[in-house]
Write a protein that binds this ligand. Sequence first.
Ligand SMILES: [Zn+2]
Ligand SMILES: [Zn+2]
Length: 238
Amino acid sequence: MTRFDLHIHSALSACAENSLSPGRIVERAARAGISVLALTDHNASANVAPTMAAGQRCGVGVIPGLEVMTREEVHVLVFFDDLAALADWQTRVDAALPAAPNRPEVFGEQILYDAADGIVGVDERLRQVGIGMGIDALADEVHARGGVVIPAHVFRCRHSLSSQLGFIDPGAVYDALEVTTAEWRRDGYRLGQRLCGFPVLSGSDTHFLEDVGRSWLEVGASAPTAGALIAAIRSLGG
Ligand SMILES: [Zn+2]
Ligand SMILES: [Zn+2]
């Protein structure tokens, strides 16, 4: 079985706890039996490489990813198979991100860590804003780079398909949809189920260290990439 959580923020997200360092994240995940996780910072991915390195020390696979905010201010989880593809996508995001400085006193700090949990700097750019790219164009561009597109917390009252667009387009090319952990439990979702025609899953959306390892999903296959995870989930059927 692969126990996974595809939605974890590090200290690079202004709204996340500053103690969310690579080593602390993967160690807590390992203690909870999570063998695959994804780091998904807001419009940012600089802490992914150190988290992958830290994960290798304790047997936790880290999928390169981030949580993009689109022009419509919808949050979308985006995943790639390797750091090169992630870096190429990050360059695209940075080009589409409004050029403005972060205001740490308002939004929080954006902390860069190394794999040994040393603080190596701060990201001074404002990241918690929509980039100049709509969600459909984003999905096409990510797919063209071999990536995976999963709209986040699709029923949440902020920054979701429901709140920003008012509907979930069954004709869109999303690879899956994410609902919150609370909704997953309350509404009795199961892996393999479809939501508006898409595979549905849940992630912890961790913003505090204590939340790492509090929730996860499991699939039977060994699945070290987001694409393999989605394929395994699809194969479970309706
Ligand atoms: Zn979000
Ligand atoms: Zn998030």
